[in-house]
Design a protein around this ligand. Structure first.
Ligand SMILES: *Cc1c(COP(=O)(O)O)cnc(C)c1O
Length: 227
């Protein structure tokens, strides 16, 4: 077995354990393998080991991999900051975008989504307390953005994503994930029909699963440390 295959197996086992600990089914937690900065061969290895959902953060790098790996049955997710001049490439080449945080970007993605493809699956990135990056819509502007994005014909709004600042303590890790879940619940109470909580990375996915994550985005625990 390759290192990547055994890492994947360990991650899947840990996801099962976290789901069981939370009284959830492991099938309700989808594993997204974050392959940014890693070579095509690493993606091939992971795919060989049964992994089909992969995520990238940089458009140029992603397009090279997507082209080179066209023979594989991969579903590509974009999780990096979305710049206006990259929306067309994202709309044309990805199945999902997790990092939409403003309406102008959502409108471009919708307009540029090719008609022969299904709607682009979208999560809104939320800047919850303690968020590391400056990206993400603020919680008080989330509802208006969600209602506007839900109306765009080229997009299918699926849920929310967040990248909390890294902390070691599991109880502390759970707080922002619980906040994101509450925000999703509130949007659903307002009549939206959202099913996705994209939260949890290599260091905190167990806490995220305990708080209801339906998609965990895991890079280094599968592929090794990035440079
Ligand atoms: C890089 C990245 C990940 C994966 O991080 P790891 O710590 O390597 O698991 C997850 N989500 C986003 C948005 C990322 O940029």
């Amino acid at each position: 077995m390759t290192t990547i295959a055994s890492n994947l197996q360990a991650v899947r086992t840990a996801i099962k354990a976290a789901a069981a600990g939370a009284g959830r089914h492991a099938d309700d937690v989808s594993l997204l393998a974050v392959s940014k900065t890693f070579a095509q061969a690493a993606v091939r290895d992971a795919c060989q080991a049964g992994q089909t959902r992969f995520a990238e953060s940089y458009v140029q790098e992603a397009l090279k991999k997507i082209t080179a790996l066209q023979d594989l049955p991969i579903e590509w997710h974009f999780i990096g900051p979305v710049q206006s001049n990259k929306t067309r490439a994202i709309a044309e080449h990805f199945a999902w975008v997790h990092s939409v945080d403003r309406l102008t970007i959502a409108e471009r993605l919708s307009a540029q989504r090719p008609a022969h493809l299904p709607p682009l699956q979208v999560c809104l990135q939320v800047n919850i307390s303690g968020e590391d990056s400056k990206s993400g819509v603020s919680p008080d502007q989330l509802s208006a953005l969600a209602r506007a994005v839900a109306k765009l014909p080229g997009l299918k709004l699926r849920g929310l994503m967040a990248i909390p600042a890294p902390v070691d303590d599991v109880a502390a890790q759970r707080l922002p994930f619980a906040q994101l879940r509450e925000l999703l619940d509130r949007l659903n109470q307002q009549g939206l029909n959202l099913d996705t909580l994209s939260m949890g990375m290599s260091h905190d996915f167990s806490a995220a699963i305990a708080e209801g994550a339906t998609m965990v985005r895991i890079g280094s625990a599968i592929f090794g440390q990035r440079e």
